[in-house]
Design a protein around this ligand. Structure first.
Ligand SMILES: Nc1nc2c(ncn2[C@@H]2O[C@H](COP(=O)(O)OP(=O)(O)OP(=O)(O)O)[C@@H](O)[C@H]2O)c(=O)[nH]1
Ligand SMILES: [Mg+2]
Length: 361
């Protein structure tokens, strides 16, 4: 009953917002373009290069509107969403051009508004507002959690962590897990330790040598302002898939926090950000996985399948029933990479390209 009511309120809220968005679009066409990809896929560099090219009249020979002069002018406008950090464009340009290095990793969503004056093919002058949204692809991999119980998620995460090469990286967390009794009283310290070891295991999997991609929950490695909060302090337990957690137990505590993660992190992201995107670019760093061997490649494949699921917006999917997303075009792009960061990469990329080779996509 409670969930029907929540769904109903959610539905009403989405409809009201869609109407508002439609009204605004009518007078001032706005396109919200999402740019995503797994960690280090090249999102920040790609957006910086794109905005730099558009605002400074860069050379994009295959981009017809710019190449033929139909885009008259593009300039940055103030950040539209009060609750979303601004994409730090100026700083990224400085890092790339003046400091001649790659930007630091970004761990949160960010957004930039660009206003483009252009001419339609029929000659009419128009203005388009383009909101570019940079967000971690790892967050998309949280979508299946919405349909999964804590017990199911625990079972799957444990099974994955017992495969090679993950099993070696999970040794410390597995040892701690052995010492836990799921039915025992809830225990904050045991939960904190389990969450820390589980996060360390995820971090080790992401390490350059292993380059694993499938690492949900997505926010564990990118906690942002939720670091240390209970919604991010849980871990899988070895519990029966169809069991029920006894009241007051460690297991019940984990279930509560897992559900909080869905409520505080996953649903708001899909509702407030993902469902509002009109177009989507997904960047893929395939060579990173190639360099790390068949397991990494297999893992990347599974992660991409998970990301693709977020764009299967047919009837009866979790997405269509909960969030009614409106993306109608998706571009997948694989970045050419000549090496990995911190090694031969930097030196070589100083030559060529708008940012010393940083705009291959
Ligand atoms: N050769 C080449 N390397 C690139 C290019 N773009 C990014 N890289 C490399 O990929 C790394 C990641 O680029 P970013 O743009 O920071 O990637 P990101 O997806 O924003 O990464 P996170 O914010 O950590 O998720 C850089 O540090 C470079 O090593 C490019 O156009 N060409
Ligand atoms: Mg980034």
């Amino acid at each position: 009953m409670a969930s029907t009511l929540t769904d109903f309120l959610e539905e009403a809220r989405l409809s009201a917002r869609a109407l508002l968005d439609y009204g605004e679009h009518f007078f001032n066409p706005t396109v919200r373009l999402g740019v995503t990809g797994l960690s280090r896929a090249g999102k920040t560099v790609f957006i910086t290069a794109l905005v730099h090219g558009l605002t400074r009249g860069g050379r994009f020979p295959v981009f017809e509107p710019l190449a033929t002069g139909r885009i008259a002018r593009a300039h940055l406008a103030p950040q539209p969403d009060d609750a979303v950090p601004r994409f730090d464009y100026e700083n990224h340009v400085r890092t790339l051009i003046e400091e001649r290095r790659w930007p630091n990793s970004t761990i949160d969503i960010s957004e930039l508004r660009l206003v483009i004056d252009y001419q339609r093919p029929n000659g009419a002058d128009r203005t388009l507002t383009l909101d570019i949204i940079d967000y971690p692809g790892e967050w998309l991999l949280d979508l299946p959690l919405l349909n999964k119980s804590y017990e199911q998620w625990s079972r799957e995460s444990l099974a994955l962590s017992r495969e090679t090469p993950r099993v070696h990286l999970a040794a410390e967390w597995h040892a701690h897990l052995e010492s836990l009794n799921a039915q025992a009283r809830e225990d904050e310290q045991a939960t904190l330790t389990a969450a820390r070891l589980f996060t360390n295991y995820l971090r080790a999997c992401r390490d350059e040598r292993f380059a694993m991609s499938l690492l949900p929950p997505g926010r564990f490695l990118m906690p942002g302002n939720l670091a240390g909060s209970p919604a991010l302090t849980f871990a899988p337990l070895d519990v029966p898939i169809d069991g029920t957690a006894p009241e007051g137990s460690l297991w019940a505590m984990m279930v509560r926090r897992y559900e909080a993660y869905k409520d505080v992190v996953v649903r708001p992201f899909f509702r407030d950000h993902f469902a509002r995107l009109d177009r989507q670019i997904v960047l893929i760093d395939a060579l990173g996985a190639f360099n790390s061997g068949p397991e990494a490649l297999h893992d990347l494949q599974a992660a991409l399948a998970g990301i693709l699921d977020c764009f299967r917006i047919g009837r009866g999917t979790i997405l269509s029933s909960l969030f009614r997303p409106r993306i109608d075009r998706i571009l997948f792009a694989r970045r050419q990479r000549r090496g990995r960061e911190g090694r031969t990469d930097r030196g070589r990329d100083r030559r060529g390209g708008a940012f010393g080779g940083a705009c291959d996509p």
